[in-house]
Write a new protein. Structure first.
Length: 182
């Protein structure tokens, strides 16, 4: 009994990671255009540096800057997708625990993520050097769909594995009872 009370009280807290990710996204959107661009450019530079190391390219600083400029736009868009993929996962896990699965998980989590993306873009219209973008809402929603799909696959595999384990336990119990009857 006490166990069920604790779970009932703690279950709503499973949404806390999603709320923290939403806060993080909102914070990034509150940066002015220059701050946001500088941050994502630093990420672009770091990615080029790591790529240069991994591929043993020995790029000069000017070559690193050139490649960072070249790929900066894609890094920003990949950042959008990644943020919303993480948001979708942190939202889907507790929804899955509440029994929301299949098409209902896509609809509920998808609507929440797409709605948050739209309101976040609207929020950017009030930030200096930033503006709303319908394209970014689509990119964000696509990232969320990747997260939802991944959660569905992992959840399906976990449920299937659990059911298979339970079937195996039942089979072994039946075998044991048969042996005992002999």
């Amino acid at each position: 009994m006490f166990h069920k009370v604790i779970i009932t009280l703690l279950k709503p807290l499973s949404f806390l990671p999603a709320l923290l990710v939403m806060y993080m996204i909102f914070s990034f959107s509150a940066q002015n255009g220059t701050e946001s661009g500088d941050l994502s450019f630093k990420v672009s530079v770091k990615l080029v540096e790591v790529g240069s190391e991994v591929l043993d390219m020995k790029l000069t600083d000017s070559e690193i800057q050139m490649y960072a400029n070249k790929y900066h736009h894609y890094v920003r868009k990949l950042g959008h997708m990644t943020e919303y993929c993480v948001l979708a996962i942190t939202l889907c896990v507790p929804l899955y625990a509440y029994g929301v699965r299949g098409i209902w998980l896509y609809l509920l989590a998808g609507l929440i993520c797409a709605g948050f993306a739209a309101t976040d873009e609207y929020h950017q219209s009030f930030v200096a050097g930033r503006g709303p973008s319908a394209r970014d809402v689509c990119i964000d929603t696509f990232g969320a769909m990747i997260g939802i799909t991944g959660t569905q696959i992992v959840g399906w595999a976990a449920v299937k594995s659990t059911k298979e384990l339970e079937r195996e336990r039942k089979r072994k119990r039946k075998q044991k009872r048969r042996r005992q009857k002999r």
